[in-house]
Ligand binder design. Structure first.
Ligand code: FAD
Ligand code: MLT
Ligand code: ZN
Length: 482
């Protein structure tokens, strides 16, 4: 539903100027704008003066200059798959949503430098394909890769399933092109692996969720394609066992360990119940296991070498009773099916109704204790509440989500959101963790942030914001209070 907004004269003239800049077809209002005004999880419904779709960096800069002149807030948006409402405008209807998906060119691939320079609106999956076609790997991978954009990945410093080996999006970026809050273009598309020439502006814009400027292009690192890959799904009794197997896999595979995901049994069991075309690679008691892990080895030597290493580490884990059952993918189709199970979890979760999501990181050595103590404390305070626990164990990152108790409605659950946050985030803090590992802050966690960041950290962040965006027009109300 798009509310009718009475536009006063200045807003009408901004709309006209936007149309003159971009062409009327690229300035959306009314029903045409509505898909851009609600977030993926349907937790936020905003309003906007217009959704604009510039087709070049120069057009982005011109839109930002115009908005700056008229004090119109700008909300950058990529694929709109973010989990924290960062790309959704507020309800005032004053902002312009600046959609970057028409900036979708691959500007250059340099296989000697192992880099590619791409525009912000490129869909992540298409970049993986472009790299592969050039005989290289672009390793960023997440379940939303078919619709999220590289600009959004950079703006949120997205993580995903390959961080263990290749790092977060930040580690994959060498240079950026950015339109500043005042509409200037910073040409920072450097392809350098060493560059110590003062403050790192690139790293300031990465992870800033559109609050400091608009990323219009990036120079990204490429890697060699693995020669062979092995994937396995493991059944385990406890989170402690999963942590021990992770530690052994790290020791045994070194940098070849490219993924280690953990999933609570009921979570994966819900996936196959909701999506019956998918199957667990286990039968009987193993299929009812309390925990599962998915691990991936990427070998740079040969398939035989990969198999040997895989069997020695997994064989010992089974012998020592850490793993109760293991399914090793025998071909690419089986490997894909295992990953598909894992990647279907957010969709299954959405099918089950609204949940309270926590995207937390904890030192790996404390994760099992965190899960045990937090589960117990939640049951005492919110009896019957259900845990949906999964995540990137290799990075110490858990999606420690909470669904309603059987006797509750969705509304009951949402009414408890900040009490549940309080309990879980205090526990995260007590275990030396972070309340946002990879999804960012957006509007969802903005107020929570003030509970855990020190006053000095918050003051420094605010000073950076004021220096780069003096009028406070870049994605206001996200990350920091405006
Ligand atoms: P959007 O949602 O459009 O925007 C996200 C934020 O970035 C907003 O604050 C927006 O204002 C800002 N922004 C977008 N583009 C730009 C730009 N060019 N310049 C400046 N600011 C910009 N995230 C993970 O980290 N790991 C996962 O494993 C993961 N899995 C997911 C699975 C599913 C099924 C879904 C739906 C989401 C998942 N996400 C995951 C969250 C999401 O996909 C990421 O945050 C992604 O990086 C967002 O990209 P986007 O293009 O959709 O950005
Ligand atoms: C994932 O790891 O699947 C994502 O971060 C999405 C989610 O948390 O739902
Ligand atoms: Zn995740």
């Amino acid at each position: 539903m798009v509310a009718r907004i009475d536009l006063h004269e200045e807003q009408m003239s901004v709309l006209k100027e936007l149309e003159a800049l971009l062409g009327a077809g690229q300035v959306l209002t009314g029903e045409a704008a509505s898909p851009f005004l609600v977030d993926w999880r349907r937790r936020y419904q905003g309003q906007a003066l217009a959704v604009v779709r510039p087709g070049s960096t120069e057009e982005v800069a011109a839109v930002v200059r115009l908005c700056n002149l008229h004090a119109v807030p700008v909300v950058p948006q990529g694929g709109n798959t973010g989990m924290c409402g960062g790309a959704t405008p507020d309800e005032s209807g004053r902002a312009v949503v600046l959609c970057l998906t028409r900036l979708n060119k691959v500007r250059a691939i340099d296989t000697d430098n192992d880099t590619m320079t791409v525009e912000a609106g490129c869909i992540l999956q298409s970049l993986q394909e472009v790299a592969r076609a050039a005989g290289r790997l672009f390793p960023l991978s997440l379940a939303a890769e078919g619709s999220c954009t590289i600009g959004g990945n950079l703006a949120t410093n997205a993580g995903g399933t390959q961080v263990l080996r290749y790092g977060n999006t930040r580690e994959l970026a060498l240079g950026l092109e950015v339109v500043t809050a005042e509409g200037e273009i910073w040409h920072g598309l450097r392809g350098l692996r060493k560059d110590n020439t003062g403050y790192d502006l690139r790293d300031l814009f990465i992870g800033s969720e559109g609050t400091l400027g608009i990323i219009t292009a990036a120079t990204l690192k490429l890697y060699p394609l693995p020669v062979a890959q092995r994937t396995a799904m493991l059944a385990l009794n406890t989170m402690e066992d999963a942590v021990t197997v992770l530690s052994r896999a790290r020791a045994g595979f070194g940098a070849s360990l490219t993924g280690f995901e953990v999933m609570a049994g009921p979570v994966l069991q819900a996936v196959v119940r909701l999506f019956p075309q998918q199957r667990l690679p286990f039968e009987g008691a193993s299929a009812q296991s309390p925990w599962f892990a998915l691990l991936e080895l990427s070998d740079s030597e040969s398939a035989e070498h990969a198999q040997e290493r895989f069997e020695s580490v997994l064989g010992a884990a089974i012998e020592d009773g850490l793993v109760t059952d293991a399914a090793i993918a025998e071909n690419i189709a089986q490997s894909k099916a295992m990953w598909h199970l894992r990647e279907s979890i957010p969709l299954a979760e959405a099918e089950l109704g609204k949940s309270i999501k926590h995207d937390v990181s904890i030192p790996i050595s404390l994760i099992a204790k965190f899960v045990q103590t937090t589960n117990a404390a939640l049951q005492v305070k919110f009896p019957g509440i259900q845990n949906i626990v999964f995540g990137h164990l290799g990075d110490g990152n858990l999606h420690y989500n909470v669904a309603r108790a059987p006797h509750q409605t969705e509304q009951d659950l949402l009414a408890m959101q900040y009490d549940v946050y309080g309990l879980v985030h205090d526990s995260v803090h007590a275990h030396s963790g972070s309340i946002s590992a990879e999804h960012g802050v957006g509007q969802l966690k903005r107020d929570e942030l003030t509970r855990y960041k020190s006053p000095l950290e918050l003051k420094l962040m605010k000073q950076i914001k004021d220096a780069l965006d003096p009028k406070g027009l870049m994605n206001p109300g996200k990350v920091l209070q405006s």
